[in-house]
Design a protein around this ligand. Structure first.
Ligand code: GL7
Length: 832
């Protein structure tokens, strides 16, 4: 601004003189700060404000502290200019931010104290916050856990995604049926984000591609038909036990301010405005299906919108310090979370070719050195496809580039495998047929240096099934990084009782950053004092959960019962139906028992929760069946406290924080070979819940760490499944199974017409997920859990050993592996 160095320095000194170096965190400063925000930010009188207004003021006060660290981290990393990883994901399931933020900032107690002085309670205000539910299920929550670990471990990283105005629908249950309600989560403002009106990029759609002469060379020029602005909303992600705070940058669509002169000249001013406004629909709503792709134009627009804005941002940052694109792979690692952001590959190619004018080979080589791809799918049929016509209409230049990549890939491939046309056509990025499709996974594999699965078993399935041809071609490209979850959110935030207990017995809080230390609990697993305290912590959490259940459903549950929980998205392969049929069997047994036998029954509270995709009919019937069975059981005087079944509605991150710590047993019972990893099990494990599970996904690794003797494992093994399916109808289901299915079919729980199609899926020749086959071993595993529960000492020991064996399943370990083996990045810790 025309100032010389001396003048600038003097100005900076004056400004710093006016500011405290850092905001203060003593109780008086915090109280003053909160009251200032009540008065000036929330604009309520400091003499009169309610819990929600107090929450708003509190969150702004915390946000100020987040921003300090976030600025410092950015300035430092910018100066160091290390290689950064950019984590691209269409979904981030962050849940609530407040408690997590104060814990990671290390000022939870100070705030609690300050609030007490003001006559408020931290926990009560924390309940005012809504969930940020910008994702569907495990994949989206994994992204959130990975961000927490990246920040905690001081890695130079950014997250990029979409700022949906409507998050995942809220599940309402009416007469036992699921209804979906829109989640307009921004209604009450969102203090955890920072709107960046000046960080915005134009994103182009539609139009045509023309050739132009540039310095004697022919280049392609894309003349777009529509332009939309992407505006950044930044969400600071604080690390634990460090001053680092990363950025999760989410893009919102806004109308472009580049005038569309033609429409303004038509005289139809109102319509012209309305048309512009349509631009905003791009980031309006999250698609609620967690794994089916319908080739919808809006979905493709969302994908391109977010990758285009992100790449413009990333390349701009690179160009601040570098001119030579050969350095790009030394500075940038791009991680695509499943295939959803795969257009980033093509967009980078387009930018390098058409805007930076690199030649094809150089651009392609750079691109392939930058991208890594993690797949979360086990079904070849579940892989994303985009109709060629749709893609060509929306992104004409990108389709050309995809064709070119494919042409060159096919030529190379022919040289290696010869004229094996079947294999060539399977591996082609373009699927031929009545409708031509782009196979997004093939594109991602061809253009990434590394492809990761999400568990050991998953990699095996990739090799044998999903990506067999590619694994044979490039065995060195395929790896796995077992998923993990963050112990900050899933123990420290959600289970403070257990957290302090662990720290007390380990004599340190270091396990919160170095979770392997949990293994130190093993030596105390039989110590009566720890056992007593451990049981007490569990009881307090069960009480919290019991109260929640009673308020929601009116069902009173006994704290002496075993809380047996299955919470996750509703899917046939996850077999909530097996669970419900098991409950019916238990009910049937109790009904037919003598009084003395009843005295030996281990009382159970069976808890099921989860959302079904709105168009997934069978999943919705499973929810209804759960309610119908619950109605019958919970009102049966013969059964009483021996068995209760409750469905917890609207399962989300904050509900999980309540349910998981209060569970004794948790079920992860997918048919082997269908769960790529599963991460819920890891959260339960950390919280000392015993697992009743099949040997699927990451459970196989959990067995290695915890020991199968401390779990209840059942069911057909992965390698037995194909033969079992082959046998089909000749696999006679056990009588017990036939009996419970019959009860549903014959209307014992009502609604027999409605449940008919659900029962049909269990007929021997149609029982694809092998519920009938696995039923016997499922009941045996349940009986083993009962026996273990009777011996509370043994049970508590198994519970302690579960937590002790959970170390491997921290997302910190996952991130270390990605950083070292996939991204090639190093920590960059600000030295203040
Ligand atoms: C999933 C897998 O189904 C799940 O097993 C895995 O733990 C998760 C994270 O890797 O990814 N894949 C997927 O499409 N969704 C998942 O949760 C929605």
């Amino acid at each position: 601004l025309g100032m010389d160095f001396g003048q600038r320095k003097a100005k900076a000194e004056k400004m710093f003189g006016l500011m405290d170096v850092f905001l203060k965190n003593d109780s008086v400063s915090l109280q003053k700060d909160i009251l200032d925000h009540v008065e000036y930010t929330v604009a309520r009188s400091r003499f009169s404000f309610d819990d929600f207004e107090a929450y708003q003021a509190l969150s702004h006060s915390i946000r100020d502290r987040l921003i300090e660290r976030w600025h410092d981290t950015h300035l430092y990393v910018k100066k160091q200019d290390p290689k950064r990883v950019y984590f691209l994901s269409l979904e981030f399931l962050m849940g609530r931010s407040m408690t997590n933020s104060v814990i990671n900032l290390g000022i939870r107690d100070q705030y609690a104290d300050a609030l007490n002085q003001l006559g408020f309670e931290f926990e009560v205000l924390a309940e005012q916050e809504g969930d940020a539910a910008l994702g569907n299920g495990g994949l989206a929550r994994l992204s959130a856990c990975l961000m927490d670990s990246l920040a905690t471990l001081d890695y130079p990283a950014w997250g990029y995604g979409l700022r949906y105005q409507y998050g995942l629908f809220r599940q309402i249950i009416l007469d036992g049926f699921q209804l979906e309600q829109p989640d307009y989560w921004l209604n009450f403002g969102n203090p955890w984000e920072i709107e960046r009106v000046h960080v915005s990029y134009s994103v182009k759609f539609y139009g045509t591609v023309e050739e132009e002469d540039l310095d004697g060379e022919r280049t392609k020029v894309w003349i777009p038909g529509e332009t939309v602005e992407a505006v950044a909303y930044d969400n600071p992600i604080p690390g634990y036990g460090t001053r680092s705070a990363l950025n999760l940058r989410l893009w919102a669509a806004k109308p472009s301010d580049k005038y569309d002169m033609e429409s303004y000249n038509t005289g139809d001013y109102i319509n012209a405005i309305m048309n512009r406004q349509k631009a905003e629909t791009i980031s309006n709503v999250l698609y609620p299906d967690d794994r089916s792709y319908q080739g919808k134009e809006l979905r493709l627009k969302q994908q391109y919108f977010f990758v285009s804005a992100s790449l413009q941002d990333i390349i701009r940052r690179f160009k601040d310090n570098h001119q030579n694109f050969d350095e790009l792979p030394d500075k940038v690692a791009l991680q695509i979370n499943d295939t959803h952001p795969a257009l980033a590959i093509v967009e980078l190619m387009r930018m390098l070719l058409d805007e930076e004018h690199l030649d094809w080979n150089r651009a392609f080589e750079i691109t392939c050195k930058i991208f890594s791809f993690t797949t979360h799918t086990v079904e070849p049929g579940g892989l994303e496809k985009v109709p060629v016509d749709l893609l060509g209409h929306l992104l004409p230049r990108h389709l050309q580039i995809i064709y070119e990549i494919n042409y060159k890939f096919m030529e190379e491939l022919k040289k290696i495998i010869g004229q094996d046309y079947d294999r060539l056509s399977r591996m082609s990025i373009i699927e031929e047929g009545a409708v031509k499709n782009v196979r997004v996974a093939n594109l991602s594999i061809v253009c990434s240096h590394t492809v990761n699965g999400v568990s050991k078993v998953h990699l095996q399935l990739l090799k044998e099934r999903v990506f067999k041809d590619f694994c044979e071609l490039w065995p060195q490209k395929f790896h796995y990084k077992t998923n993990g979850v963050t112990q900050r959110r899933w123990v420290v935030v959600s289970n403070p009782n257990l957290c302090s207990l662990i720290s007390k017995w380990l004599g340190t809080e270091s396990w919160i950053r170095n979770v392997d230390l949990l293994g130190g609990l093993r030596q105390y697993a039989t110590d009566p004092d720890l056992q007593r305290e451990w049981k007490m912590a569990k009881k307090v959490n069960k009480l919290r959960l019991a109260e929640y259940i009673e308020t929601l459903s009116g069902v009173k549950v006994s704290l002496d019962a075993m809380f047996d929980v299955q919470v996750k998205r509703i899917h046939e392969y996850k077999r909530q139906l097996l669970n419900i049929l098991g409950v019916i069997h238990r009910f049937d047994c109790i009904k037919n028992m003598s009084a003395s036998d009843k005295g030996k029954v281990v009382p159970r509270v069976c808890i099921i929760g989860g959302k079904a995709a709105p168009g997934y009919d069978i999943a919705k019937k499973i929810i209804k069946l759960c309610h119908a069975v619950a109605d019958k059981i919970n009102n049966d005087a013969d059964v009483g406290d021996l068995l209760k079944l409750v469905f917890i509605p609207d399962y989300n991150v904050s509900v999980a924080e309540l349910v998981i710590p209060g569970s004794d047993l948790s079920q992860h019972i997918s048919t082997a070979g269908h769960e790529a990893s599963g991460t819920g099990s890891m959260k339960f494990l950390m919280n000392g819940c015993l697992l009743l599970a099949t040997a699927d996904g990451s459970t196989v690794e959990i067995m290695e760490e915890v020991g199968a003797e401390n779990m209840f494992i059942f069911g057909a093994k992965l390698d037995e499944i194909p033969a079992l399916r082959e046998k089909g109808a000749s696999l006679k289901a056990p009588l017990q199974f036939a009996r419970v299915v019959r009860m549903v079919r014959d209307g014992y729980f009502g609604f027999e017409d409605y449940f008919k199609s659900l029962c049909d899926t269990l007929e021997e020749e149609k029982d694809f997920y092998l519920l009938g086959y696995d039923f016997t071993s499922y009941l045996e595993a349940q009986a083993a859990a009962d026996r273990a529960f009777v011996d509370q000492e043994k049970w508590t020991q198994m519970s302690i050993l579960s937590t002790a064996g959970a170390g491997k399943f921290s997302s910190d370990r996952t991130i270390e592996e990605y950083a070292k083996h996939t991204w090639g990045i190093e920590p960059c810790k600000c030295p203040f």
